[in-house]
Design a protein around this ligand. Structure first.
Ligand code: PLP
Length: 277
C-alpha cells in the first residue's frame, strides 16, 4: 500500500491489517509518489490510498495526479471520503465526483459519522471487491453490525443532502465568510480548501491555552497538537456547518480576535514566549 503521509489513523490501522508492505509519500507530493511507484515491481498488486479531504488541515488530495500515476504504474486507487461526503461534488457526492474522476477510483470509503451524523460507514467498489471484503474483512465479520437506527439516521441524512441543496450552498457561503474574517484577523489561510479550517498556532502549549480561553468565551473548537501534527504545525481545527448563522460566526470571530489579543499571538516571538515561562 502506498499512503499519503497525512492519511487518517484508520488507514494506518487498515494497512497493518492488510499485511502488505507500506510506503508513504510526502503529503500530496506527486513526484515523491512517482519515485515510490517506479521502484515497485509491475507484477505486484499496488494500491494508493489517500484522504479525499485531509482531516486536520482541510486540503484536498491531488486526485488527478494520483489517478494519472495509478494508470501509468498499474496501481489501484482508494479514497477515504470521510470529510468530502456531503461537502464536495454535485449534491455532496464527494472527491471523485468533484474532480470528475469517479471511474478512475477503485474504492471509495466513507463514514456515516461526519456529515451523516450517525455511526458506521461504507465501501463503494466493484462487486468483486465488495464480495471479497464481506468474506475476508475480519473487523467486518467479527464485530457487530451498526444498529438499524444508525443506518436509518444515515439514510435520512443522505436524503436531506440530496433533496435540500441549499444546505450545501449555505455551507460554502459560511466557509468563505469565515475564511475572509480569519484572514482579516491575520491568520494564514492558504492551506484549507474546505469547511475544515485550520487556525495555525504553531505551539502545542499555546494551542491548548487558546482552546481553553475560547471555550471560556463559549466557543468550542478542537486543538490539534503533536503527534497528530508536527508541533510547529499545531493548530485549532474549526469545522464550519451549514446551520451556523451569520450571527454565530460573527460572534465566534469577535471572540477569536479577543483571545488573539489576550495571548499576544501575533506579537513578536520573544514577548509571546515570555508569557509562558
Ligand atoms: C479521514 C477519516 N477517515 C476515517 C475516519 C473514521 O471514521 P469513524 O469514526 O466513522 O470510524 C475518520 C474519523 O475521524 C476520518 O477523519
Amino acid at each position: 500500500m502506498i499512503l499519503d503521509e497525512l492519511d487518517h489513523a484508520s488507514i494506518i490501522e487498515g494497512s497493518r491489517l492488510s499485511f502488505s508492505r507500506v510506503f508513504k509519500y510526502e503529503h500530496n507530493n506527486m513526484n515523491h509518489l512517482e519515485d515510490i511507484l517506479k521502484l515497485l515491481p509491475d507484477e505486484k498488486i499496488k494500491m494508493i490510498v489517500a484522504d479525499g479531504v485531509f482531516s486536520m488541515e482541510g486540503d484536498i488530495c491531488d486526485l488527478h495526479g494520483i489517478t494519472g500515476l495509478a494508470e501509468k504504474y498499474h496501481a489501484l486507487v482508494m479514497v477515504d471520503d470521510a470529510h468530502a461526503l456531503g461537502v464536495l461534488g454535485e449534491k455532496g457526492k464527494g472527491t471523485a465526483d468533484h474532480f470528475g474522476l469517479t471511474d478512475k477510483v477503485d474504492i471509495i470509503m466513507g463514514t456515516f459519522s461526519k456529515s451523516l451524523a450517525s455511526i458506521g460507514g461504507f465501501i463503494a467498489s466493484g462487486s468483486k471487491v465488495v464480495d471479497y471484503l464481506k468474506h475476508h474483512s475480519r473487523p467486518l465479520i467479527f464485530s457487530a453490525s451498526i444498529p438499524p437506527a444508525a443506518a436509518a439516521a444515515a439514510m435520512a441524512a443522505l436524503e436531506i443532502i440530496q433533496s435540500e441543496p441549499e444546505r450545501l450552498e449555505a455551507l460554502w457561503n459560511n466557509t468563505s465568510f469565515m475564511v475572509k474574517c480569519l484572514q482579516e484577523i491575520g491568520f494564514e489561510m492558504n492551506v484549507s480548501e474546505t469547511p475544515i479550517i485550520p487556525i495555525y498556532i504553531r505551539d502545542n502549549a499555546l494551542t491548548f491555552r487558546f482552546t481553553q480561553l475560547l471555550f471560556e468565551e463559549g466557543i468550542f473548537v478542537n486543538p490539534v497538537v503533536s503527534p497528530a501534527v508536527k508541533s510547529d504545525s499545531s493548530l485549532i481545527r474549526m469545522s464550519i456547518m451549514a446551520t451556523h448563522t451569520h450571527h454565530q460566526l460573527e460572534e465566534a470571530i469577535h471572540k477569536i480576535e479577543k483571545v488573539v489579543n489576550q495571548v499576544g499571538l501575533f506579537d513578536e516571538k520573544e514577548t509571546h514566549h515570555g508569557m509562558y515561562n
